[in-house]
Design a protein around this ligand. Structure first.
Ligand code: G6P
Ligand code: MG
Length: 219
């Protein structure tokens, strides 16, 4: 039985995945790396430095820069990203998310956050959702990023729950792999072609309800 829900942030709670994409696209252009949809999808859910490595690799430039230069590029991307998220308001919370969170709490479920983003606390403040997420995995304390299970394992741990009693909600293939690896129920928001391994799948956040989840799990 499900007792807890562990949420990704970017692309699940709000449309910030798009801003990450925009900021990486701009950096890829500057580095002379061709931006493709495949690259964009592969970056979803992936940590800041791992994302930069993936971009450099896609352009065959993984050996062209020193660690110091890489940190400078990642910082530049983040500054650009921060300027894009400055204007976020509660109106940017995806449809149905607030209702789902309220319903979960009203029904005694526990919730935690498993975002790889170091900007997650800032974004939750902007969206006025910080009070829902008193339990947040700090990505700075992780050894491995998504698709490794570590972040979703920790998401269950901070709730004091067995992973088998937890579901994770994700928009990224790397995130779904992390949830599945942790032994939790994976709920994907997106398309079956992108999130082939999701246990439960919705095309849109407004379909994310306890009744709809139960209906797909019972099938
Ligand atoms: C999330 C996003 C990724 C982002 C990562 C690190 O997982 O989906 O696109 O690269 O967080 O975010 P940060 O804000 O710390 O650079
Ligand atoms: Mg995401």
């Amino acid at each position: 039985d499900l007792k807890g829900f562990i949420f990704d942030l970017d692309g699940v709670i709000a449309g910030t995945a798009q801003y990450h994409g925009q900021a990486w696209h701009q950096l890829a252009d500057e580095l002379g790396v061709t931006w493709t949809e495949e690259l964009a999808n592969g970056l979803k859910g992936v940590s800041r430095m791992d994302s930069l490595e993936m971009i450099l690799k896609a352009g065959g430039k993984e050996n062209d820069y020193t660690d110091e230069q890489k940190v400078a590029y990642a910082t530049k991307k983040n500054d650009n990203y921060l300027s894009l998220i400055k204007q976020l308001t509660p109106a940017d919370v995806f449809p149905g998310i607030k209702e789902f969170l309220d319903d979960l709490l009203a029904n005694g479920y526990q919730i935690s956050l498993a975002s790889a983003s170091k900007n997650a606390p800032t974004i939750l403040e902007h969206l006025q959702l910080a009070s829902y997420f008193t339990k947040v995995v700090d990505p700075a304390t992780l050894k491995e990023g998504k698709p490794d299970p570590e972040i979703y394992t920790r998401g269950a741990e901070i709730l004091g729950l067995d992973p088998a009693n937890c579901a994770g909600v994700e928009d990224a293939a790397a995130g779904v792999a992390s949830i599945n690896g942790a032994g939790e129920t994976s709920i994907g928001i997106g398309t079956r072609s992108e999130l082939a391994e999701a246990d439960v799948l919705f095309g849109d956040t407004n379909e994310l309800t306890l009744a709809n989840i139960k209906a797909q799990m019972d099938k």
